[in-house]
Design a protein around this ligand. Sequence first.
Ligand SMILES: Nc1ncnc2c1ncn2[C@@H]1O[C@H](COP(=O)(O)OP(=O)(O)OP(=O)(O)O)[C@@H](O)[C@H]1O
Ligand SMILES: [Mg+2]
Length: 246
Amino acid sequence: MSKVISIANFKGGVGKTTSCVNIAAGLAKAGKRVLLLDMDAQHNLTQSFGVSADTLTDVTTTYRLLTGSDFAPHQIAENLFIIPSDLDLIKAEIELVSEFRREYILDRILKPVKADFDFILIDCPPSLGLLTVNAFVASDLIFTPIEAEYLSLKGFSILSEALDKIGIEIDRVFISKFDGRKILNQSVKDNVLSALGEKAFKTVIRSNVALAEAPTKGQSIFDYAPRSNGATDYQLLTNEILKTYE
Ligand SMILES: Nc1ncnc2c1ncn2[C@@H]1O[C@H](COP(=O)(O)OP(=O)(O)OP(=O)(O)O)[C@@H](O)[C@H]1O
Ligand SMILES: [Mg+2]
């Protein structure tokens, strides 16, 4: 059964895009057919693969897809495809407001193509606007990366509460950018893992410079630095996802 997964958090810079890139690459490496959807006008996900929507004239961008163009993804690697984004996506929040059942636009678009992929991963922007709501409505699962910091934990509680109001639930949380040398990181990690229990993935993504460097080469961590801690951690997270949801 194919699964649509949103990677989301209101908070910026927590590792949403990095996780999207490397979970998708991990799943593709495991032989799964994966589609990435860049739902952020900042288009960091698109940039992370060294792709530019400007040069891909026969490919649909997220903005064009949401405004009626045919589904035409770009193939990045074996088993790995992307609907890239660009700054045009900023216009979507405004233009789609008057659409009928505007929260269901993406859901309607993905329904007929969903079966072509084992996993569709959506990289959400750090806000709860119409684009994120569309991603949530189209998703089977929502994963939230959080940093092991006090305010991240607070932010996560607010996110859960806000989503609860609109009947949406976060399925799994995982800790990202973890620095074991920081005592605060250690204690927040312990709190998160014990408070969330089953809702937290056991894998913790450590802070690792190779993860920040890989996008400069347009590569996933598995191609850029296969022996790094980043590659080890995203491999473990991928395995955990496959074990839980396949
Ligand atoms: N585990 C990690 N170790 C080291 N650096 C990381 C790690 N994860 C992410 N980064 C770096 O932290 C920054 C923010 O990460 P990323 O872009 O993935 O976050 P984001 O949640 O998608 O941000 P935004 O909210 O802006 O979309 C980037 O420079 C990225 O390279
Ligand atoms: Mg991002």
